[in-house]
Design a protein around this ligand. Structure first.
Ligand code: NAD
Length: 437
């Protein structure tokens, strides 16, 4: 099959590279010429494990190409995937659909022959109807079927997730699209793949419902963590104890600094707005959004209170800046409000992140970036573990203690054990576990 992907970001590039790897002929389009130039030169515009090799192999084998010109790619395609951004609209939290609708207009002008237009971006219920209306208005003669096919991959494990998904949700209104979509995903499976065909609006809502549910799980365990700290319980044991119940499941029960990233914050907000817009207040989702927002400032307060309320003039070393490990994505990372709150209180911030420092420079203020974890903590008054990158999980604690001006660690990811840290002479704080000092 010939496939065009519009938008070559985290989702578009991974989708394109994986579909090419399974034998389709894929053209990835992006309107950002810098991204396309980088890709044509063999450089990845994002960090995602395994992506560079996957892209290089499929480019070499002539199944994957990149262009800034949408029209020729769309004209030749059997299926056109729209994977452009849908950020929060400034001010009101609705999903900003201007990129999706802009892409729809461009596709409409270029499309030739029967073409399935697939919305991979996360879009509110009814967006597919509007995409179809735009294309039909722009090109009344266009022979198209507009499909919803939300993406569930996780950054940091995107290739594996795309190639071996739990399910592939496909929302169709035109039966002709069923065979095309089945053929797009057929090479991923020897037997029948986990394809779930449904209506387009249902498919659009499945994506938001899934993200809101996962965000709720995280927020729930974070609230339990707060309670654990007050009552002297251990949130990791609580998570383990409830997670062994198969009706609950152990995933997404890690207490921490609150969810961030390019999806959960904006998607919970957009779902909340959709509910309000239809007169169906989603009170649970609203609570999740509110609790998670409050958590970001609470984390900064936690760090300040480790200094008995005064961080002015103190040097604080942040280990990890991205919203989770194995990505360079800084969007809505919990590190951002933490940095600003600490700077505001007069602290000096040092930081190290294995992959995120280029992105971090674009969003953070006065930060002294260091080239390794040990360089970062050298002479600092505290180390704060913000992101649980592998390389922070087994630090040489004797060296850490020697390097820190004061042996103070605030571990927002619960990597280390309070008893062990106390034994080693650290002043150690974590999330939802009693400090043992
Ligand atoms: P991104 O910002 O990394 O990439 C979007 C790309 O689209 C940009 O490179 C931009 O230049 C390009 N673009 C915008 N308009 C265009 C146009 N008219 N023609 C060509 N290119 C255009 O975004 P992302 O993180 O890949 O997310 C894309 C969508 O997928 C969003 O709706 C997001 O919610 C959803 N999603 C993201 C993830 C994730 O982990 N990042 C997971 C699941 C779903």
């Amino acid at each position: 099959m010939r496939i065009a992907i519009i938008g070559t970001g985290y989702v578009g590039l991974v989708t394109g590279a994986c579909l090419a790897d399974f034998g389709h002929v894929v053209t990835c389009v992006d309107k950002d010429p810098v991204k396309i130039e980088a890709l044509l030169a063999g450089r990845m515009p994002i960090y995602e494990p395994g992506l560079e090799d996957l892209v290089a192999r499929n480019v070499r084998e002539a199944r994957l190409s990149f262009t800034a010109e949408l029209a020729p790619a769309v004209r030749e395609a059997d299926a056109v995937f729209v994977a452009v951004g849908t950020p929060s609209r400034r001010g009101d939290g609705h999903a900003d659909l201007s990129y999706v609708y802009g892409a729809a207009r461009e596709i409409a002008v270029a499309v030739a022959g029967f073409t399935v237009v697939v919305t991979k971006s996360t879009v509110p219920v009814g967006t597919g109807d509007e995409v179809e209306r735009i294309i039909r208005e722009t090109r009344p003669d266009a022979d198209i079927a507009v499909v919803s096919n939300p993406e569930f991959l996780r950054e940091g494990a995107a290739i594996e997730d795309f190639k071996r998904p739990d399910r592939i949700v496909i929302g169709i209104e035109d039966e002709r699209a069923r065979a095309v979509m089945a053929e797009v995903y057929r090479p991923l499976y020897l037997n029948q793949g986990p394809l779930l065909f449904t209506q387009r609006r249902t498919s659009e809502l499945i994506k938001y419902a899934a993200n809101a549910f996962l965000a709720t799980k995280i927020t729930f365990i974070n609230e339990m963590a707060d309670l654990c700290e007050k009552v002297g319980a251990n949130v990791q044991d609580v998570a383990h104890g409830i997670g062994l119940d198969k009706r609950i499941g152990s995933k997404f029960l890690h207490a921490g600094p609150g969810f961030g990233g390019s999806c959960f914050p904006k998607d919970t907000l957009a779902l909340m707005r959709t509910g309000q817009g239809h007169g169906v207040p989603l009170r649970l989702v609203e609570a999740v959004v509110g609790v998670n927002d409050a958590r970001k400032t609470a984390m900064a307060r936690k760090i300040v209170s480790a200094f008995d309320g005064d961080v002015s003039g103190r040097t604080i070393a942040l280990l990890g800046l991205t919203f989770k490990p194995n990505t360079d994505d800084m969007r809505e990372s919990p590190s951002i409000p933490i940095v600003y709150a600490l700077l505001d209180k007069g602290a000096r911030i040092r930081a190290y992140d294995p992959q995120g420092m280029d992105e971090a420079r674009k969003v953070l203020g006065e930060v002294d970036y260091r080239s390794s974890a040990y360089d970062c903590i050298d002479g600092a008054d505290a180390a704060v573990i913000v992101t649980e990158w592998d390389e922070f999980r087994a630090l040489d604690l004797d060296r850490v203690k020697r390097l820190l001006a004061e042996p103070r660690i605030i571990d927002l990811r619960n990597i280390y054990r309070p008893e062990e840290m106390a034994r080693r002479g650290f002043r150690y704080e974590s999330v939802g576990r009693r400090a043992v000092n």
